[in-house]
Design a protein around this ligand. Structure first.
Ligand code: ATP
Length: 543
């Protein structure tokens, strides 16, 4: 067929958040929540393709984490739980982020996302200036001098919010500050810090990102991130409840129920997928940090004497390989081990799997070794034993736990970032154009196959295409499209990540074998396949 283009020149454009947000909106993956009312910060809606992609991510996780393992069971617990759950878990007292207010603009910032730097300039010490000038004239170029010849002076401070280019923004602001104030000397390179690293006096010298002037920022203060609501008719203190800020507590609170009603034996896990809510101070980076999001968490209970470090490492490896199985490349993944001194007192260790987003390397999946802390807390607060009876040793103890916790929305954003490409392609008439392609794994692609009759006014082609479409639809998310030239139709599918297009053409009808043209999204290669071969391909790749 001559309707597609020659193989692509491999020149992927750098992915920017603007490209991704543009595509997500244009093709109906993600909308702002309540958009007709101006949107609602920190909340998002998933459109038809987005809902399908998100469901596929959840389904793959559930299949691999729960159904395909003999040692993990799945549950679904309520979003609003007894308020005592959140007292016992420590969330009422401690689930807070330090935040900074700007008293003038009334803006609020998360302290760890508000960055600052000292503007320092270096100038030659007065006693060396004459000699320096003389040497410059003699050699026709300025001599390189050691630091001892210079003096360093802090002339002010600059600030910027976390973004794709925080560091660059601070550098620009420092240069602008120096120029405006007419300060002589050379800017000294700086390391940016977040505002939790500033002492009381320095905070008063750092300009507010809203006003550009110092003096209006407050020192960081704790802010509880749980959403409160009232349950029942009364709205007094006795009816206060919370929307869950994590799904994990459901697994701890139901630990005994699961042990008593299922034939589970240590080590085993309890998993769940569900919505969580956090009143994030500065929701940002699209769906990366929102106020309503979805988590996939699993609590893996182990014997108190088990080698927790070994099990922890096994789960980290499992999570990494699962991310690769849904198409995230190794090149974008890394590990961050939390330093011992920053861990909660009960924590044995936490490793985050990080992803290289366009706005920086950020946490995607946290895998924490939490000892027996959570079950013990609930045993103490409820007065109900959370011990497990070990048949082999006839001993009772509170199991320890390894917790892999990940956000569906962060995976969603990661697969868009890793899959998005713009490439130059040339058609058979020699015209070059840019194709946008979303290289999503067939496991999670919202549409698996697009069925395209070559011509819409040829009854035989349309009838065969519709029959194939109906048959595929019983098992897979497929799309039927008979409008526009075939090249345009391919392009529409590339942009939404459809791995394969099937075209029903005259050879299908006229030649023996009932074959179709199967076109591959990534290579744009075409080959002829039978219906049975198409189903075999899907069976192998969509699991
Ligand atoms: P962060 O430090 O980024 O706020 P966290 O360490 O508080 O995250 P956890 O409490 O460990 O996050 O939650 C587990 C997972 O839930 C995170 O790794 C992330 O994938 C997801 N998650 C947490 N907060 C949000 C949010 N506001 N929006 C989207 N996903 C989130």
């Amino acid at each position: 067929m001559s309707d597609d283009t020659t193989p692509a020149t491999p020149a992927p454009a750098p992915v920017s958040m603007d490209n991704l947000v543009g595509l997500a909106k244009r093709r109906g993956f993600i909308f702002q929540s309540s958009e007709i009312y101006g949107g609602f910060n920190g909340f998002f809606d998933y459109g038809p393709l987005g809902a399908e992609l998100k469901k596929n991510i959840r389904d793959c996780w559930w299949a691999d984490m729960v159904r395909r393992r003999d040692d993990v069971v799945g549950i679904e617990t309520s979003i609003i739980m007894h308020p005592k759950v959140w007292e016992a878990s420590g969330h009422v007292a401690g689930f807070s982020d330090p935040l900074v207010d700007c008293k003038v603009s009334k803006q609020r910032y998360r302290a760890d996302q508000l960055f600052w730097a000292e503007v320092v300039v270096k100038t030659l010490k007065p006693e060396h200036q004459a000699a320096f000038q003389e040497m410059t004239v003699q050699h026709g170029t300025a001599p390189a001098l050691s630091m001892d010849y210079y003096e360093f002076k802090t002339v002010g401070y600059v600030s910027a919010l976390e973004s794709e280019r925080t560091d660059a923004e601070l550098q620009e602001k420092a240069a602008e500050f120096k120029r405006k104030k007419g300060i002589r000397g050379e800017l000294v390179p700086f390391t940016m810090k977040d505002i939790t690293e500033a002492d009381f006096e320095t905070v008063s010298l750092i300009p507010s990102p809203a006003t550009g002037e110092p003096g209006s920022l407050t020192p960081p203060r704790a802010f509880n991130m749980m959403f409160q609501t009232n349950v029942g008719a009364m709205t007094d203190g006795s009816s206060v409840a919370y929307l869950r800020p994590e799904t994990a507590q459901g697994m701890f609170v139901d630990f005994k129920n699961v042990v008593d009603t299922n034939r589970v034996k240590l080590p085993f896990g309890i998993a769940q997928i569900g919505k969580s809510f956090r009143n994030e101070i500065t929701p940002r980076n699209f769906i990366f940090r929102s106020r309503e999001f979805e988590q996939m968490e699993m609590e893996y209970f182990i014997h108190e004497d088990a080698d927790w470090a070994k099990v922890h490492e096994e789960w980290i490896v499992w999570c990494e390989s699962w991310l690769k199985s849904i198409g995230l490349p190794d090149s974008h993944l890394s590990r961050y081990t939390h330093p011992k001194e920053k861990l909660a007192f009960y924590s044995r260790g936490t490793v985050d799997i990080m992803f290289k987003y366009p706005f920086g390397v950020q946490e995607l999946w946290g895998i924490a070794a939490r000892g027996s802390y959570d079950l013990t807390q609930h045993a103490d607060a409820s007065g109900k034993s959370q011990e497990y009876f070990d048949e082999a040793t006839k001993k009772k103890f509170v199991p320890h736990v390894i917790e892999p916790a990940v956000g569906v929305d962060r995976i969603f954003l990661a697969v868009l970032c890793a899959g998005y490409a713009e490439e130059a392609v040339t058609d058979d008439k020699g015209n070059t154009e840019t194709r946008t392609v979303l290289r999503l794994s067939p496991r999670i692609a919202p549409v698996k196959v697009a069925v395209l009759p070559l011509l819409k006014n040829k009854e035989v082609l349309v009838a065969r295409a519709q029959a194939l479409h109906k048959k595929l639809q019983k098992r897979y998310a497929v799309f039927y499209d008979e409008t526009a030239a075939i090249g345009r139709r391919y392009r529409r599918q590339d942009e939404i990540g459809t791995p394969w297009c099937v075209t029903i053409d005259f050879d299908t009808i006229e030649k023996p074998g009932d074959t179709f043209t199967l076109r591959d999204r990534d290579t744009m290669q075409q080959r002829r396949v039978t219906e049975a071969e198409l189903f075999a391909l899907l069976e192998e790749q969509v699991y």
